[in-house]
Design a protein around this ligand. Structure first.
Ligand code: PBG
Length: 326
């Protein structure tokens, strides 16, 4: 019997040949680990909806950062969780020098120095008593420009605490340009901006809201993007690039691979993608029930995100993945 000259299966014959011809490789150096640090905890506390993820103390986050260095991952993203009675209408615990996030930045910086890029979440939602990402006007709407002023203040406080990057995630218009100018004026020209440029109003942030003890009632649809919109992703990414973002991010990742591929094709700065809490939790929960293979599913998901064009991936499984993809 004659065979066709083209036989794609030839390149799938052995693991070593498959490895040779793999078009996408995930490397630990491109993974960022998001971590939560909660105020007033005496020991790390598991997050029920995110199996394997905890709220850290200032001590345990130092150990986690040291583990991140040892694993060779690309960096750490810090989120602060204040005590309930430190929340207020303007999220002031988010920019106080002694707020939990700024203390965590300083603690991690003392631990890792410049060996691990420290990225601070720059947003107010964990710190406001109403749970929105900004301040509200008299009509109860999120006030864009008043919020941006507070982001600038927060970014400068994070730079002072020792962050290598600030990371505005609140989706206010003009936030990147204002933060860039504010950092420069305050003498922090070397501190970079990882912009949550393309961020959708997603149901997949559900477990994160438990992780940070969010007070939000309602939704964020007046500032985060409509999941129906693809073209708008390019606009948001382009604006943030022009405003001075050093890195742009697409979020969530797995259900937005079309948007990610667009941004990756158009962007002139590195592109990150965030495998968010719900993406992680669905795999982790199914794996706990024995319905799915945790290692295989997480590896496939992150490989797909890189295949779609992400240079950098934020994933709660960064430390595990670093071991698996070696
Ligand atoms: C807002 C913020 C959120 C996430 C990261 N930054 C929540 C939101 O926008 O409601 C979600 C991350 C995740 O789900 O893993 N500061």
């Amino acid at each position: 019997m004659t065979t066709l000259a083209r036989r794609p299966r030839r390149l799938r014959t052995t693991p070593a040949i498959r490895r040779l011809v793999a078009e996408t490789r995930v490397h630990p150096a491109q993974l960022l680990l998001p971590v939560f640090i909660a105020d007033g905890l005496s020991e790390a506390r598991p997050i029920g909806s995110m199996p394997g993820v905890v709220q850290h103390t200032l001590d345990s986050v130092r150990a986690e950062a040291a583990a991140a260095v040892a694993a060779g991952i690309g960096g750490i993203v810090l989120f602060g969780v204040p005590e309930e009675d430190d929340k207020d209408a303007t999220g002031s615990a988010g920019y106080a020098a002694d707020g939990i996030l700024n203390r965590a930045i300083a603690a991690v910086r003392a631990e890792v120095g410049d060996d691990l890029p420290i990225i601070a979440d720059t947003c107010l939602d964990e710190f406001t008593d109403h749970g929105h990402c900004g301040v509200l006007d008299a009509a109860g709407r999120v006030d864009n420009d008043a919020t941006v002023e507070l982001y600038v203040r927060q970014a400068v406080s994070q730079a002072q605490a020792g962050a290598h990057f600030v990371s505005p995630s609140g989706m206010m218009d003009g936030q990147v340009a204002a933060i860039r100018a504010g950092l420069d004026v305050a003498g922090h020209a070397e501190v970079g901006i990882l912009a949550y440029a393309v961020k959708y109003a997603s149901a997949f942030y559900g477990p994160f809201r438990e992780a940070v003890g969010s007070s939000l009632v309602g939704d964020r649809r007046t500032y985060q993007q409509d999941p129906a919109n693809r073209r708008e992703g390019r606009l948001e990414a382009a604006l943030d690039e022009l405003e001075g973002a050093d890195l742009v991010m697409v979020k969530p990742a797995s259900h937005y691979l079309d948007v990610l591929a667009d941004v990756a094709a158009w962007s002139r700065v590195p592109v990150a993608a965030y495998q968010v809490s719900g993406e992680y939790a669905m795999i982790a929960a199914a794996a706990e029930r024995g319905w799915i293979d945790r290692q295989a599913a997480l590896t496939e998901a992150v490989t797909s995100i890189v295949r779609a064009g992400a240079d950098i991936v934020l994933t709660y499984a960064a430390l595990e993945l670093a071991g698996w993809v070696k």
